[in-house]
Design a protein around this ligand. Structure first.
Ligand code: SF4
Ligand code: SF4
Length: 123
């Protein structure tokens, strides 16, 4: 198990590394509706999409229903065509580690490799 900050700032224990994942339909949209719902501030803004920190996410599910383009999935439910986004969400934090909160960082001007390589996405 890994420690994570829970709702209302209490410390809880995560049962596993399974997490929520943001996928391709967020790219070049970034309306940030999910950010408003996250109780632990673990949804970070990249250049072209947002990324959920796999260790900081407490799997509450609050972000998933508010996404207007159904871009957020529980890791086990990520559609086949978006499977690479599970690794892409984690890859985004390779250099950052676990900052413990997205709002203090703001925009991080880069993306995971598969996102950076995408053509502009129309919405
Ligand atoms: S709500 Fe959906 S589209 Fe909007 S920023 Fe979050 S994941 Fe991206
Ligand atoms: S499931 Fe969504 S709202 Fe809940 S902690 Fe994870 S990223 Fe934040």
């Amino acid at each position: 198990m890994v420690p994570a900050t829970g709702c209302q700032g209490k410390w809880i224990w995560k049962d596993s590394y399974v997490t929520y994942v943001i996928s391709q339909s967020c790219v070049d949209l970034k309306d940030k509706a999910c950010v408003e719902e996250c109780p632990v501030d673990c949804i970070y803004e990249g250049e072209r999409m947002l990324y959920i920190h796999p260790d900081e996410c407490v799997d509450c599910g609050a972000c998933e229903p508010v996404c207007p383009v159904e871009s957020i999935f529980y890791e086990d439910d990520v559609p086949e065509q978006f499977k690479d986004y599970t690794a892409a969400n984690a890859e985004f934090f390779d250099e950052l580690g676990s900052p413990g909160g997205a709002s203090k960082l703001g925009l991080i001007p880069r993306d995971a490799a598969i996102v950076a390589a995408l053509a502009p996405q129309a919405h």
